[in-house]
Design a protein around this ligand. Structure first.
Ligand code: SF4
Ligand code: SF4
Length: 130
């Protein structure tokens, strides 16, 4: 069971912007989801995509649980990991940040996932400009 599952929390599946990497989209496609049902152009442009939320709730949240958990986007896997001034940090939007802050494996995984997202965003933006 995950930390979030143990806590029965799904707060970050509401009112959030989730950037999708190319890998995220591919994994969700392999589950049989059509891209237009879960992804839309990012509000930041540059050919980026983001997860669709309806009325503030992610379309994959069913009965309080993530229905694509094994294939959820990288941004969901690493939340609440963020960086502040290049240093590891925990997003204040998570009410259980103290638990994650002490979890070295989570911090290390978050750091790697964050780099993956940044790399994908940079690649997508440079492709859009060409
Ligand atoms: S994909 Fe899953 S974990 Fe991510 S916001 Fe949606 S329901 Fe939550
Ligand atoms: S990361 Fe934090 S806000 Fe999101 S589901 Fe887990 S405990 Fe809740």
């Amino acid at each position: 069971m995950s930390i979030c599952g143990d806590l029965n929390c799904s707060k970050c599946c509401h009112d959030r912007e989730v950037v999708l990497t190319h890998d995220d989209v591919d994994r969700l496609l392999t589950m049989g989801h059509y891209e237009q049902t879960f992804a839309r152009p990012s509000r930041h442009g540059h050919n980026l995509k983001e997860l669709i939320f309806e009325n503030g709730t992610c379309i994959f949240l069913k009965d309080g649980k993530c229905s694509v958990y094994q294939n959820r986007p990288t941004a969901c896997r690493i939340f609440p990991y963020v960086t502040e001034d290049g240093k590891d940090a925990i997003d204040s939007g998570c009410p259980h940040g103290d638990i994650f802050r002490k979890d070295e494996i989570f911090i290390s995984t978050g750091r790697d996932g964050f780099k993956h997202i940044i790399k994908d965003v940079e690649r997508t933006i440079s492709t859009a400009i060409e």
